[in-house]
Design a protein around this ligand. Structure first.
Ligand code: HEM
Length: 238
């Protein structure tokens, strides 16, 4: 293992995570009212109606897949009777379908952002960088899956990438397993680290404040302005 491996797989993850955490705190303190998706729905909704759910449901499944593959150790899934073959099949099928949906959704959203004038004007410089990193991360993740596990002979990333990933959060960083992983997996993780570092300075901050309360909040009642003779009580009171 050389100095570059330590830089990439020990120093870079902690720099990215520090930027992620402190960046969010900074953004909340100094740009509370800019903490938003910068919604552009009022400019265009036809493409948004297709692209947005495709991307968001896709990425939700991708995230759940990453929790299952990176956070949960292989020994745990095996202890509950999920063998390598079953895990592998589910991960590859579900992961590929979810990855393709996410990428297709993102392609529609980026096309819309570039071609609809007011939406493009409302795109910040940081957001443009974020879209490049987001697309690169998704393409590289999908490429790693397809090259290694769909058309290739199969690669058990739960023996290399996953222990490295967990070692970072357990504060016992171990670059060794990641240093030997196939190049697409390494590029995918690096691109993800860059994405995490710029995350707080982009519209992605909305992920931490998803309006879950919308599901249970009372209705907002809209009333039309009815025309009635002066002095007559509103309709609802009659
Ligand atoms: C350091 C953080 C990350 C690591 C270590 C990592 C690791 C991996 C690994 C090992 C795979 C292969 C899964 C398989 O073959 O079944 C994968 C696939 C994938 N990753 Fe990541 N990933 C990270 C972050 C991200 C992020 C932030 C995104 C999206 C923004 C992402 C999107 C994808 C996609 C779309 C795939 C294709 C397969 C699927 O849909 O799960 N990854 N990643």
């Amino acid at each position: 293992m050389n100095a570059l491996d330590i830089l990439l797989w020990v120093a870079a993850p902690y720099v990215a995570l520090t930027a992620f955490v402190l960046g969010h705190i900074w953004r909340y303190r100094y740009d509370k009212f800019g903490w938003t998706t910068r919604s552009s729905q009022m400019y265009e909704s036809r493409l948004l109606r297709v692209g947005s759910p495709l991307f968001h449901f896709g990425i939700l499944v991708v995230i759940l897949g990453h929790v299952g593959g990176l956070v949960i150790p292989k020994s745990w899934t095996e202890a509950v009777g999920v063998g390598e073959e079953v895990y592998h099949l589910v991960a590859v099928v579900l992961g590929t379908v979810a990855g393709v949906c996410t990428l297709a959704g993102l392609a529609i959203l980026v096309y819309r952002r570039r071609t609809v004038g007011p939406v493009f004007t409302a795109t910040t410089r940081n957001d443009k960088l974020m879209y490049v990193l987001l697309a690169a991360t998704i393409v590289l993740g999908l490429a790693a899956t397809v090259v290694a596990n769909v058309v290739g002979g199969g690669y058990d990333y739960r023996a290399t990438v996953s222990p490295w990933f967990r070692s970072i959060f357990l504060l016992r960083p171990d670059p060794e397993p990641m240093a030997g992983a196939p190049i697409l997996f390494r590029l995918h993780a690096l691109s993800a680290l860059l994405l995490f570092a710029v995350w707080p300075f982009t519209r992605l901050v909305h992920m931490l404040t998803a309006p879950v309360g919308y599901l249970t909040r009372p209705y907002v009642i809209y009333r039309s302005r009815d025309e009635r003779p002066a002095g007559e009580p509103p309709r609802a009171w009659r």
